[in-house]
Design a protein around this ligand. Sequence first.
Ligand SMILES: Cc1ncc(COP(=O)(O)O)c(C=O)c1O
Length: 396
Amino acid sequence: MLNVEQLRADTPGTADVVHLNNAGASLMPNVVIDTVMAHLQCETRIGGYEAAAAADARLEDVYASIARLIGAMPDEIAVVENATRAWDMVFYSLPLKLGDIVLTSTTEYAGNFIPYLQLKRRLGIEIVVVENDPGGQICMDDLRRKLQHPRAKLVTLPVIGTNGGPVQPVEAIGKEARQAGAWFLLDACQGIGQLPLDVQKIGCHALTATSRKYLRGPRGMGFLYVERDLCSQLEPAFLDLHAAHLRGPDSFELRNGARRFENWECNIAAKLGMGAAVEYALSIGMDAIWTRIQMLAHALRAQLRDVDGVRLQDVGAIQSGIVTFTCDGIDPDDIKRKLASLPERINVSCSTDTSTMLDMRARGLKSVVRASVHAYNVQDEIDALVYAINEISLRR
Ligand SMILES: Cc1ncc(COP(=O)(O)O)c(C=O)c1O
């Protein structure tokens, strides 16, 4: 059973704001802030390189923690700047060629879609979007059909889209991709820290994640998992003297393991902070976090449904902590601004069709309000949001 009071006591930001923007950047718990600050102070006192050397063992532990979180081995983990860079590092390293098919979903994030378009222009790959089933998640029959194409090489999609939508059936997708001999690259940016994700059960070849969202770590950090077998076959699209070493003036050797996808310079304080965030999530328990997030999101959706003029925009058999909605006749940005200007300072964000174009256009949406709950949120905060939305809606 979760101790919500303790979660809030661990999270100083809960005293200042009603934070319902965990899908943007969550509030960091004390242990993360203390870890980052302690390292920065150490850098101030003894020097950056010296502080990194002193933190050597704890830096190794970051890989072990992440591996434990997702059921991987530490040498299958690379620590990088964010989810996009993690995803790019794998995508641009796969030996894709003219005519190869990349299968994705309507919920794909623009930051991943743009690289598809670039490789379409550069190499002539084909982008094929798998249909949704009537419930709104990926249609497994259509995926199976499309995977039968001999040039279907890669399946890649977010487990949870940036503006909600379904929690995709990633274990079933992984099974189909493996059976068809395609790679499965899972974007877990909104999933990590929100729900349990085990790469062995999912069967993905690679998984990408960010620190600042549901994981509650510092900004400017993320990680990448690449399965050992695939990793040993991939030459990263970019290399430096950390990812490889010079054997002589004419040759270099790639580093073993997923760290070949890293680069040398890195925000050490934030890396340690992300490790602390992972340990914090593990100490609470991912099952307990996910159960509470679903409970809060369910309550929020139920209450919003009763507000005149509000339209919930979430689909899917399993829905996440990201609750999206529109309010008839009111610009989502106005709602966001009004909520932020209230004395209780309610933080939500807006998600636009520039982030998830296929999904939003198919549903005739330009922008939605995104209220994303985490385990430390409480019913009073949900009531405050719904009350405020009701007031805004009445004054429209
Ligand atoms: C589904 C999804 N994938 C990828 C990203 C990119 O993450 P980052 O900003 O850490 O690169 C986001 C960011 O919102 C996202 O929602």
